[in-house]
Design a protein around this ligand. Sequence first.
Ligand code: HEC
Ligand SMILES: [Cu+2]
Length: 335
Amino acid sequence: MIGRFSLLPEQASTVAGQVDTLYFFLVALSAFFSVLIAFVLFAFVIRYRRSRARKVVPTGGGFLALELTWTVIPFILVMIIFGWGARVFVTMRTPPDDAMQVYVVGKQWMWKAQHIEGRREINELHVPVGRPVRLLLTSEDVIHSFYVPAFRVKQDAVPGRYTSMWFEADKVGEYHLFCAEFCGTAHARMIGRIVVMEPAEFQNWLSGGSGSGDMLAEGEKLFEQLGCRSCHQAETGSRGPTLAGLFNKQVQLADGRTVVADDTYLREAILNPQAAVVAGYQPIMPTFKGQVSEESLLQLLAYIKSLQGPKAAGADAAAGSGKAHAMLPVHGGQS
Ligand code: HEC
Ligand SMILES: [Cu+2]
């Protein structure tokens, strides 16, 4: 990195090239018009300087062609910028369906990451090359911002809510991770690295480590400890709705609204259950606000999301077994 001069950081993700091309286009366009305007200004100053020889005749307008030209050309240019920018933006905001999920919590002054089937890390994030990775971000205290210059991605981590970002690294290596939102005294030291590895090597890394911290196992433990299981059983007829297969499904609420059970919905359902009561159920679920840390909440979420729906598992089998464990985690590592 040092020793080789370059204007921009290395390009190490699939969108980096697109972002840079757009950026250079904008710079070139601005430079072109700046020079053009400066030149014309200078030329006019000389050409139309006051002199005894020439009498300036005031004109009464009538330059339709000229006015159209300087309206239509900028309009077209601005539309090109808009269309192009929107396309890159949509690409950057839409994670592919097969994206690998990682959970990240910002905290004064560190980044904590959890992988679903394995390790937790601090101020480091290991990812495989050539595979889309989606991060679900939140913060335990103030606003932070997850910034990886080499990937050309940056996203705020906001307390009390979830944001997400995705990237696909296309070059093995180590890259800087910064917090890009001033967040207190040690903000400048809230730095880390992204380690991009070959897939096989990454699998190795993932299954290594202390063994503690499998998000699904931790989440299931919390589900038991916090007493969720006593109301949320697999069979219908228990006091709370079954959570199996809930993720990304439509939910009918008692007040008539229909919402999609995404990450934010699940979070609200646990922290603020009265705000959105499921149709057909009593509002008896206690709030768990203040009882679970952001990291634990993410573990609960990962666990709930892993619960397979009765239809996917075979409706009869799930209904007939009559045990909470008819809700089987769907994660791949099962053998
Ligand atoms: C006292 C019983 C009770 C306990 C304990 C309880 N819940 Fe609930 N939960 C309910 C009921 C009843 C509903 C449906 C009404 C509502 O939305 O408030 C519900 C709704 C939910 C929903 C939304 C479900 C849907 O279909 O949209 C989620 C998610 C949820 N609970 C998760 C949890 C988690 C996680 C825990 C443990 C931390 C927990 N619950 C503990 C009774 C309970
Ligand atoms: Cu920060």
